[in-house]
Write a protein that binds this ligand. Structure first.
Ligand SMILES: O=c1[nH]cnc2c1ncn2[C@@H]1O[C@H](CO)[C@@H](O)[C@H]1O
Length: 287
């Protein structure tokens, strides 16, 4: 039987409690090889995202994986960022006051790293984008062939035919940088978009969490510590007895796309007005 090579993935991330889960899922999945993490603002500011990415790799014993720091501002140089510390805690990881990581990010920017890896392995690298799409948009501007060279972009973003989670129109990652999102969606790249219409169907319940607490696994024990804040937020905001697994679901869409059903079409993003951040899908059924 032919042995299939693991899919090379770069995770663009703003850790983030559900980002931590997604990173651990990736590191536990033989189907994928994590060749780098790139960081972005969203759940936390970019500086803290970099610190948390390095910390999570140290927890996992995978300091061989490079971390490239991403943009601190939106694609239009906007500095008024919407940071979801009310979802993830001030430190992004459930207010656990973890010690600072020993490692450092590489010299390259996230966009430069993305471009380099896509050129190095044309058509073979999947970017799993778990935050606002600024770094990916910057990569398309840095290298016009990026959209062609990157294998696939699997992204968590958008609310397709449902309300957003920031406001009725917008989902948090798209709302974080709608201009960047529209650049990415119109870049010509092969994109697999996972919206909150999908991720709101994937819930880690209180019972699941108790099961996790009974596990001796290193990742299970770590996640039980950081999950409190995420559970409290969901209880207050949604009255749910559980949490939405946004980022892990998106990561799993890259590991095994057959877990989710898709529709094919064209997506544009509203970049101004009260519906700024709205994702619109034209599903090609009309000719
Ligand atoms: O209400 C919210 N406001 C802002 N961000 C949120 C909210 N709920 C979840 N997320 C975060 O945004 C991404 C999914 O949209 C996830 O990373 C999630 O942790």
């Amino acid at each position: 039987m032919a042995v299939t090579e693991p899919k090379k993935i770069i995770i663009d991330t703003d850790p983030g409690i559900d980002d931590a889960m997604a990173i651990f899922v990736a590191l536990q999945s033989p189907e994928v090889e994590v060749i780098g993490l790139t960081t972005i603002y969203g759940n936390v500011y970019t500086t803290l995202a970099t610190r948390n990415a390095l910390h999570l790799l140290e927890v996992a014993g995978r300091t061989d994986i490079p971390v490239a720091e991403g943009s601190h501002v939106t694609i239009t140089k906007g500095t008024k960022l919407r940071i979801a510390d009310f979802v993830h805690g001030a430190d992004g990881l459930g207010n656990q006051n973890f010690p600072p990581p020993k490692g450092k990010p590489i010299e390259q920017s996230a966009a430069a790293f993305l471009v380099e890896q896509a050129n190095l392995y044309p058509g073979k690298v999947t970017v799993v984008a778990l935050g606002p799409l600024t770094n990916i948009a910057l990569a398309t501007q840095l290298e016009p062939a990026f959209a062609k060279n990157i294998g696939q972009i699997v992204l968590l973003g958008g609310a397709f035919a449902v309300n957003g989670n920031v406001n009725p129109a917008a989902e948090a990652n798209i709302f974080g940088d709608p201009d960047a999102a529209d650049i990415v969606f119109t870049s010509g790249a092969d994109i697999l978009g996972v919206g909150i219409n999908v991720t709101h169907q994937v819930v880690l319940t209180d019972a699941d969490r108790e099961k996790l607490a009974r596990s001796n696994g290193k990742f299970a024990q770590y996640l039980c510590k950081v999950l409190d804040v995420y559970f409290s937020y969901h209880r207050d905001a949604y009255s749910t007895k559980g949490v939405y697994l946004h980022d892990p679901t998106t990561l799993l869409a890259a590991v095994n796309p057959s877990l989710i059903t898709y529709t094919e079409g064209v997506v544009r993003v509203q970049t101004n007005g009260i519906t700024r951040g709205l994702t619109i899908l034209y599903n090609k059924q009309k000719r």
